[in-house]
Design a protein around this ligand. Structure first.
Ligand code: NAI
Length: 333
């Protein structure tokens, strides 16, 4: 048996964590022969709820779960981590504006960035889920200067999966037969779900998405807005934000970081922009198409970008620049 890896989940008493912890602890992400120590962080009022989560984890009688550490202290939570999944954040409340959310959550991710810097292994892989995910991730990067920027990413895999599924439903094929959709930019309603490089397996033939769907108007209109607004549609229907699908996307994202992506496939994730091939401004966490090998991501190079895509990629970059400026202004005020 391998040495156990230490995996932190913040916001561990929340609804995403409730869907996520079982999959991680049973070996769906890091493999069936990889023992795991789970570290669960939440805020003090949520400790009784966390007690219940720990009881349930124990009651699952999982062979890979070596230990569960439950805490509300960052110096305990971030120590010697291999993986940090940062889900916990302040939810948007009624009447709260984007800048209020940025201010509240900026503080959390500054403090957690500092804790990563101080206590985690330098090889730690950090996934930011809590919203606004891209900007929270950028803040964590900035306050953890001793950890390589490449070790950080934010979740846009849920948007990626949503886009994949919308095309699959339209083509009457399983979602696994739809490959290489791209989510560009921010995990917000300005994100750009792009299918110009997407391929659909139609009865054994690889067909370009536009030829498979045969409805350009839908692909350039309703498809994009459906994916962009899917989170809001789920909240409207469920009165709670996406949790089961978010947990599944977190597992997909981390499994690919751990094991790599298949040879000809790429996936979407928010990563640090620095001299990227698509003219996206530097120093943002922007969602790109990436391939992963040896636990290292690389932006897929050489994809043709038409005018339609360019303007949408720029629009979402502009929003990220504004978010960054606002968040950093709050933190340095
Ligand atoms: P939730 O409200 O059920 O749980 C959040 C948990 O975080 C709560 O238990 C809360 O006490 C905890 N928390 C708050 N501040 C904390 C801190 N400083 N340290 C540790 N824990 C803290 O929310 P849910 O549904 O689990 O969602 C969590 C976050 O994920 C939200 O920000 C949501 O918007 C975001 N999200 C992101 C998605 C993505 O694709 N990037 C998809 C779905 C949700």
């Amino acid at each position: 048996m391998a040495e156990p890896i230490k995996v932190l989940v913040t916001g561990a008493a929340g609804q995403i964590a409730y869907s996520l912890l079982f999959s991680i602890a049973k070996g769906d992400v890091f493999g069936k022969d990889q023992p795991i120590i789970l570290v669960l962080l939440d805020i003090p009022p949520m400790m009784p709820v966390l007690d219940g989560v720990v009881m349930e984890l124990q009651d699952c009688a999982l062979p890979l779960l070596t230990d569960v550490i439950l805490t509300n202290q960052e110096d305990v939570a971030f120590r010697d981590l291999d993986i940090a999944i940062l889900v916990g954040s302040m939810p948007r409340k009624e009447g709260m504006e984007r800048k209020d959310l940025l201010k509240a959550n900026g503080r959390i991710f500054k403090s957690q960035g500092e804790a990563l810097d101080k206590y985690a292994k330098k090889s730690v892989k950090v996934l930011v889920v809590g919203n606004p995910a891209n900007t929270n991730c950028l803040i964590a990067v900035k306050y953890a200067p001793s950890i390589p920027k490449e070790n950080f990413s934010c979740l846009t895999r849920l948007d990626h999966n949503r886009a994949r599924s919308q095309v699959a439903i339209r083509c009457h094929v399983p979602a696994t037969d739809v490959k290489n959709v791209i989510i560009w930019g921010n995990h917000s309603s300005t994100q750009y779900p792009d299918v110009h490089h997407c391929v659909v397996n139609m009865s054994g033939n690889k067909v370009a998405c536009f030829d498979a769907v045969k409805d350009e108007e839908w692909l350039k209109g309703e498809f994009i807005t459906t994916v962009q607004k899917r989170g809001a549609a789920v909240i409207k229907a469920r009165k709670l934000s996406s949790a089961m699908s978010a947990a599944k996307a977190i597992c997909d994202h981390l499994r690919d970081i751990w094991n790599g992506t298949p040879e000809n496939d790429f996936i979407s994730m928010g990563v640090y922009s620095s001299g990227n091939p698509y003219g996206v401004p530097d120093d943002l966490i922007y969602s790109f198409p990436v391939k992963i090998k040896d636990k290292t991501w690389k932006i897929v190079d050489g994809l043709a970008i038409n005018e339609f895509s360019r303007s949408k990629m720029d629009e979402t970059a502009k929003e990220l620049v504004e978010e960054k400026e606002m968040a950093l202004a709050f933190l340095t005020a």
